[in-house]
Write a protein that binds this ligand. Structure first.
Ligand code: ADP
Ligand code: MG
Length: 214
């Protein structure tokens, strides 16, 4: 299995090649085709197994494919538990958006609120954020999620451990379920809370667990 077997846009493949990645990791191999069908997905695999690319590639592919649709709302929201993780995801995402029409923004807790309001007013296509701050902007009407196509929850287990359930529910409710795809990634799924939560946010999700005991 090669990256070129997924049917991804050639610009995405060329970025993957520049990164020096030869073959997809197990989680990429299994998650990318499912995510590309538009189904909801719950995926778990250990830290360091390449989960970031497993959601960035299908997200980029989806936007490239639906290019004709121009909406003011962000089209993809990626939530991560910590500022550090959000920055890492943002940097990887930017490798793929540079040179395209797609604008990604990073919205983190602890940064200047008004600067973020201005950033959100510029109609970004992607928002990478920590849940608390994004929920604050949403409550104050600085952006809307009516046009959201894809919600990605990275490290969902840690987001719940950090007490972000309320913020995640708020963000979830603001985005129309019928039009939206949701991808949930986690290091583990033995966490009952993650499963209960997934039931609220996802519709008939496909499950992929790499390295889990059966
Ligand atoms: P996770 O989110 O599962 O903890 P990351 O997405 O952060 O893992 O990836 C871990 C490391 O593996 C990163 O340095 C990333 O660049 C690298 N990586 C990702 N995919 C591949 C691949 N297909 N081949 C080689 N290295 C990869
Ligand atoms: Mg990760």
């Amino acid at each position: 299995m090669q990256f070129s077997d997924f049917g991804l846009d050639k610009r995405l493949l060329s970025t993957v090649e520049h990164l020096g990645f030869q073959t997809p990791t197990d989680i990429q191999h299994q998650a990318i085709p499912v995510a590309m069908t538009g189904q909801d997905l719950i995926a778990s695999s250990k830290t360091g197994s390449g989960k970031t690319l497993a959601f960035i590639l299908p997200a980029m592919q989806r936007l490239i494919k639906n290019r004709a649709l121009t909406k003011r709302d962000p089209r993809v929201v990626i939530l991560t538990p910590t500022r550090e993780l959000a920055k890492q995801v943002f940097l990887q995402l930017r490798l793929f958006t540079t040179g395209t029409q797609f604008k990604p923004v990073l919205i983190l807790g602890g940064e200047n609120f008004n600067d973020q309001v201005k950033t959100l007013e510029k109609d970004p296509h992607f928002i990478v954020a920590t849940p608390g701050r994004l929920a604050d902007h949403l409550k104050q009407g600085h952006f809307y999620l009516h046009g959201l196509e894809l919600l990605i929850l990275d490290e969902a287990d840690r987001m719940l451990d950090l007490g972000f359930a309320k913020e995640l529910s708020l963000i979830n409710k603001a985005a129309d379920h019928r039009k939206r795809q949701t991808l949930l990634f986690s290091a583990t799924l033995d966490h009952a809370q993650v499963n209960d939560f997934a039931l609220q946010l996802l519709t008939k999700p496909k499950r992929i667990a790499i390295g889990a005991a059966h």
